[in-house]
Design a protein around this ligand. Structure first.
Ligand code: HMG
Ligand code: MG
Length: 320
């Protein structure tokens, strides 16, 4: 395997970027939740372990959602039991409601994420709640989680567009996002669930949050790469002061309740760009590519990541 990263071709800085970016790895959760064939729990555990070894320090591991809604993640408890926690690595899990929190607490998790919607239609389809009633579902979850000393992240989906409702006004997104943060969440991840956002839209949304008193230090970005915009959108967010970026190893991902969602921004593609810009991530690209090649072989399909394809063996994951 060729192992040179982009920094092997020189480091070229751009003004206005942070010195360091934290990658919130969502491959085991957002990536695998969309796989139709059930992935064996031991493969999931090895995937998470390899990601930690590659230097990722936030690995979203699974979800305590209804197993009928996302059968792929029905093994959440068993997966957590199999993990050998690595020092300095956080393993957040998604939790939508009180039942999910009970299950997470039973497993002793230290960090959860609630996941709201900026639109009515997706709130109904993804959570079986309305845009307004979702907050009543989340409030006691966050309150009780904080009482137990957990960290709570929040996601907001459909921030840049919704497959059923079309354009989503910036003010509507800011209002919903601020309400999630007000529940007591330490960070809000802005989801482009179906990947329709473009850089100017990212800038306008971040400006909208700033005007409402929510600075970039409380925000993360979560781009799906359906239309190839994820890296450009990420770079825009970094120039606006965001330093936490969600990404998925190998570009796995999607949301089973939003058909037009494809994979997330690939972690390897993100690391390639940041290495070349001299922005630290702490991630070893070679080890990460090896992990995605290994997983592609298990899934029987090549990785969607351009960097994995460029650096990995030509036959990884079988032919296209
Ligand atoms: P519901 O059917 O309305 O649930 O589902 P309910 O509260 O009416 O309860 C019905 C039954 O389900 C009860 O059992 C509950 O105990 C049980 P019964 O009393 O009938 O025997 N139940 C549960 N069991 C296990 N775990 C639970 C749970 N909750 C209830 N947590 C619910 C409501 C929220 C549970 C459901 O809609 C759900 O699971 N949704 C999750 C969908 C999902 O995971 N989507 C993908 C993640 S979001 C995403 O990918 C976007 C993101 O990446 C950001 C972006 O890209 O934009 C984060
Ligand atoms: Mg997502």
């Amino acid at each position: 395997m060729t192992t040179a990263g982009s920094a092997g071709y020189g480091t070229y800085r751009l003004d206005g970027l942070p010195a360091r970016v934290t990658i919130h790895e969502v491959g085991p959760r957002d990536g695998l939740q969309n796989e139709a064939a059930i992935v064996p729990v031991e493969v999931k555990a090895e995937f998470v372990t390899r990601l930690a070894r590659a230097g990722l320090t936030r690995i979203e591991t699974t979800s305590f959602v209804h197993p009928k809604w996302v059968p792929q993640l029905a093994d959440a408890a068993e997966l957590l039991d199999r993990l050998e926690p690595a020092p300095g690595v956080r393993y957040p899990v998604l939790v939508p409601n009180e039942r999910g929190l009970d299950r997470a607490l039973e497993r002793g998790v230290a960090e959860i994420a609630i996941f709201g919607s900026a639109t009515e239609t997706f709130a109904r389809r993804n959570l079986n709640q309305g845009l307004e009633s979702q907050f009543a579902m989340f409030a006691p979850v966050v309150e009780r989680a904080l009482r137990h000393g957990l960290r709570v992240r929040a996601y907001l989906s459909m921030c840049f567009g919704d497959p059923w409702e079309g354009a989503v006004p910036v003010e509507q997104v800011v209002r919903a996002g601020a309400r999630l943060l007000d529940l007591g969440c330490f960070e809000l991840s802005l989801g482009d669930t179906i990947g329709v956002g473009t850089p100017g839209h990212v800038a306008e949304l971040l400006d909208g949050f700033a005007a409402a008193g929510v600075g970039p230090e409380r925000l993360a970005v979560h781009f799906h790469d359906t239309y190839g915009q994820a890296l450009a959108n990420t770079l825009t967010a970094l120039t606006k002061g965001v330093t936490v970026v969600d990404a998925s190893a190998g570009g796995l991902g999607g949301c089973p309740y939003a058909e037009s969602a494809t994979g997330n921004l690939a972690t390897e593609d993100l690391v390639w760009m940041l290495d070349g810009l001299g922005v630290e991530t702490g991630v070893d690209l070679t080890s990460l590519v090896e992990t995605s090649v290994w997983l592609a072989d298990r899934l029987g399909r090549p990785s969607a990541s351009r960097v994995v394809r460029a650096l990995g063996p030509a036959d990884a994951g079988g032919s296209d």
